[in-house]
Design a protein around this ligand. Structure first.
Ligand code: GLY
Length: 355
């Protein structure tokens, strides 16, 4: 078992190990005051893991209420959010009670935003069940729902009281969902940790606890420095500007991890072409992304992709912050206008000649 501390506006721990779902009650007792819990999960996780977590919470003396929604991004809506707020109110949860978010990124975002706003804020615990949620969305307090105008447009920075990452849950993931999370893991190697990048060359499943611990240690360090995303936290978006554009062009038919993987490869190539990094950096990013079975090229038109990037919510004024690798383990943030973006990315988007 590994414990990683986060020292943001709230201090909390990320615990990674096996058998943690069965110990959820005893861990919650350390960080909560009240006796009621709202267990939030999608319908698939409700069948797979919720009974185990529920039993552990009840054994520790909690009254457990459950909110189950149809899984998937299409549920991250104001309607589901209001339904959850109503469920909290009807169950009589008070400010000393707790929400437990058991699931992937959608559950964490939705439950976290409800926690941030119900009775002006009650505590919540993240229990990620996907690799992507384990290494990224469950840590750092970004919570949100989607609006008809776009993804994550209503939200709050609101830190959890605890993150419990049970490797048993990750072991039940379908292969493609696990692979999707690997893109975010590779990202940490490129932006921060050359040793992690090397480690990933040896595979991930036999060293999953160490890999997740390294990723969340990096995320915790970045969040400690820039909790509200005004500077260095932006580097977590390596591969995401192009990735979001690919997701948008595919009407979200391309998964997040696949899109980020393509984005990382494309930006690494552009960085190599413009002399910001060696060609060897691109070769290594490409090789690792391929090794993990993630895609490396997009078929969407450069014009459509560039247009989609311009409507990215992370755009500050007329500029887009692009995260560019200088070497494995270090990136820079460049603010680019449309013309700079065009010059930097278009040649690569037009000729993705790598195999
Ligand atoms: N997922 C990026 C961040 O938490 O800032």
């Amino acid at each position: 078992m590994t414990t990683v501390p986060v020292n943001a506006s709230k201090q909390y721990e990320i615990v990674i190990g096996t058998g943690l779902m069965d110990k959820a009650g005893e861990y919650l007792r350390r960080v909560t005051k009240g006796d009621a819990v709202m267990l939030v999960c999608g319908d698939i996780v409700a069948g797979l893991h919720a009974p185990r977590v529920r039993a552990a919470l009840e054994q520790a003396g909690y009254r457990v209420e459950q909110f189950v929604y149809p899984h998937g991004e299409q549920s991250k809506t104001p309607e589901t959010y209001f339904a959850l707020l109503n469920a909290l109110a009807e169950s009589g949860l008070t400010r000393s009670d707790t929400i437990v978010a058991l699931g992937g990124g959608v559950t964490g975002d939705l439950a976290g935003f409800a926690a941030a706003t119900y009775q002006r804020g009650i505590s919540y615990v993240q229990m990620p069940t996907t690799l992507l949620a384990a290494v990224d969305s469950s840590v750092g307090g970004k919570t949100a729902i989607d609006l008809p105008a776009g993804k994550n447009l209503a939200g709050a920075f609101y830190q959890p009281s605890l993150v419990l990452c049970d490797l048993d849950a990750l072991a039940t993931l379908p292969e493609d969902v696990f692979t999707d999370g690997c893109a975010e893991v590779i990202k940490y190697g490129v932006i921060w940790d050359a040793e992690l990048f090397d480690l990933l060359g040896k595979g991930i499943k036999d060293q999953l606890e160490e890999v997740i611990a390294r990723c969340v240690t990096i995320k915790a360090e970045i969040v400690n420095k820039d909790e509200f995303d005004n500077g260095i936290r932006g580097i977590l978006n390596y591969g995401h500007t192009v990735g979001h554009a690919i997701e948008k062009c595919s009407h979200f038919g391309v998964s997040h991890g696949s899109a980020v993987a393509m984005g990382m490869v494309i930006v690494a190539k552009a960085a190599a072409l413009s002399g910001i990094c060696d060609e060897g950096v691109f070769d290594r990013v490409l090789a690792l992304v391929k090794q993990y079975g993630l895609p490396t090229k997009t078929e969407y038109e450069p014009k459509a992709l560039l247009q989609a990037m311009l409507s990215d919510k992370k755009r500050a004024g007329a500029k887009i912050s692009l995260i560019i690798p200088e070497k494995i383990g270090a990136v820079r943030i460049e603010k680019m206008g449309l013309e700079d973006m065009n010059r930097f990315l278009r040649p690569v988007l037009e000729a993705q000649t790598w195999m």
